[in-house]
Ligand binder design. Structure first.
Ligand code: SAH
Length: 244
């Protein structure tokens, strides 16, 4: 049975947040629900007092937050990257409610590090950020006004994780491939598919987006990635580069 401390393997990733006060509120929500790993991608540099004030007793989470320039680097050592968005795109089939997602996230935490990614206040996550996400969570909300405040969105999801962590769910023993490994596979896949002229300039973006979702659903393990890259090398003669 996963321990509550398995929540240490959850990272809350905030991309390009504008208001420091929101970052402080997120830190507070995290500490209320037993989360501690906060990652900030291109955070604001000013008004740190606002952040500290809203964090109240959770300043520790803020002070220990890690900072990155890109989302890709921020999630490189995570096995599962889950985006959050209110938009229910018809192109995405892997959209979950917070409750449903918590039910399969918690069992995986024994052997995997999971990133929950939140977008900026005004326009949310960009397409490029979303393409790095293997799954999506949408919080059900009123159609008349569906967009939650950033820290409220974090709280709803963190609360469901907190409850699920105490529900005695059986562990999921799979150890998944890391995001950086998966990204190298996608790079290889794109090169190979261009080589065999399956991809061209007109369809590459759209097709790669669909393929990313397809493989995202598959929960690839390191051995699976190795087999797939071996196949790519064999069909197209594109070598399996160690670095990319
Ligand atoms: N106007 C923006 C909303 C940004 S709110 C938009 O249309 O996308 C800031 C962040 O809070 C979002 O990027 C997302 O991470 C989270 N969020 C807000 N409402 C949400 C909802 N209903 N479901 C899931 N995430 C949500």
């Amino acid at each position: 049975m996963p321990e509550q401390s398995s929540l240490d393997n959850v990272s809350i990733v905030l991309v390009n947040t504008k208001a420091p006060a929101n970052i402080g509120s997120v830190a507070r929500c995290m500490m209320n629900t037993g989360l501690s790993r906060l990652i900030l991608v291109r955070p604001p540099e000013d008004r740190q007092d606002d952040a500290m004030k809203l964090a109240a007793g959770a300043g520790k989470v803020l002070l220990e937050a890690k900072k990155f320039e890109t989302l890709r680097d921020a999630v490189a050592d995570h096995q599962l990257v889950i985006g959050t968005s209110r938009h229910l795109s018809r192109h995405r089939r892997n959209i979950h409610s917070p409750r449903d997602a918590a039910g399969w996230i918690i069992p995986l935490l024994g052997r995997n590090r999971i990133a929950l990614v939140f977008g900026r206040e005004v326009n949310g996550l960009e397409k490029e950020d979303l393409s790095l996400c293997h799954e999506l969570i949408a919080i059900p909300s009123s159609e008349a006004f569906p967009s939650l405040n950033l820290s409220h969105a974090v709280m709803v999801i963190a609360y469901e994780l907190f409850l699920a962590a105490h529900a005695g769910l059986p562990a999921d023993e799979r150890a998944l491939a890391r995001s950086d490994e998966i990204e190298r596979f996608f790079g290889h896949l794109q090169t190979a598919l261009r080589h065999i002229t399956f991809l061209d300039d007109a369809n590459a973006k759209h097709m790669m987006f669909s393929l990313r979702q397809l493989f995202g659903r598959a929960r690839l393990e390191p051995r699976d990635v190795k087999i797939l890259r071996g196949i790519l090398s064999a069909v197209s003669g594109t070598p399996e580069r160690k670095d990319g």
